[in-house]
Ligand binder design. Structure first.
Ligand code: SAM
Length: 183
């Protein structure tokens, strides 16, 4: 298999944000039969959650509209793909109808989604973990200047956690936002 990956997926800003997600989700003590990850890219969030094994989840399915992501995410998570598909990646536009009924939906790619359909289609009562940021970037459709902005964009019926994390580097910095709760 010829693989070309975007190295940014392994940058400290991406990995640090996903470790933060793992820590806060684990702190809530929630369990999940089926977790969907929208815009799951290379499946790093799933890899971290499953490796840490503190968040009790029976199955994780990762969806990305980019067909190149599926084989990479499955390769990274091979340890769980072969365990009766405890992990599986799929190629799918999450703004279309997503079949099945996950009890938890994670989206750390909110800034890349070009419509709110994915959010509006989530069944009320479903728990979500959402991340966004204030990074100016050509690929970003949604820009949240503050945590309050971010929280306003994704209205939830109840919020279990909301916060922001600064990533400061010698030449630049950005803030990541995270919102965990129930639609
Ligand atoms: C650059 S990556 C992820 C950045 C993010 N901060 C993270 O690490 O989760 C954004 C991903 O969202 C995916 N994406 C964008 N719109 C999508 C959609 N409608 N359905 C599924 N995946 C989507 C892209 O294909 C891409 O793989």
């Amino acid at each position: 298999m010829n693989i070309s990956v975007n190295k940014d997926a392994f940058s400290s800003g991406q990995i640090g944000s996903k470790i933060w997600l793992c820590e806060e989700l684990e702190n809530l003590g929630w369990t999940s039969n089926l977790t969907y990850i929208y815009g799951g890219w290379y499946g790093i969030t799933a890899f971290l959650l499953l490796s840490r094994a503190n968040f009790k989840v029976k199955q994780i399915q990762s969806f990305d509209v980019d067909p190149d992501c599926e084989s990479v995410a499955d390769m990274i998570n091979e340890n769980w793909v072969w365990q009766e598909w405890k992990f599986k990646a799929f190629t799918l536009d999450c703004n279309d109808h997503v079949k099945g009924s996950a009890d938890l939906i994670i989206n750390t790619s909110t800034e890349h989604f070009d419509s709110m359909n994915w959010f509006d289609n989530i069944k009320p009562g479903t728990r979500v973990v959402l991340q966004g940021n204030n990074m100016p970037h050509d690929d970003h459709v949604i820009h949240s200047e503050t945590l309050e902005d971010f929280v306003r964009t994704y209205p939830l019926s109840s919020i279990a956690y909301k916060s922001e994390k600064e990533f400061v580097y010698p030449n630049w910095s950005f803030t990541r936002y995270m919102l965990i709760g129930t639609i």
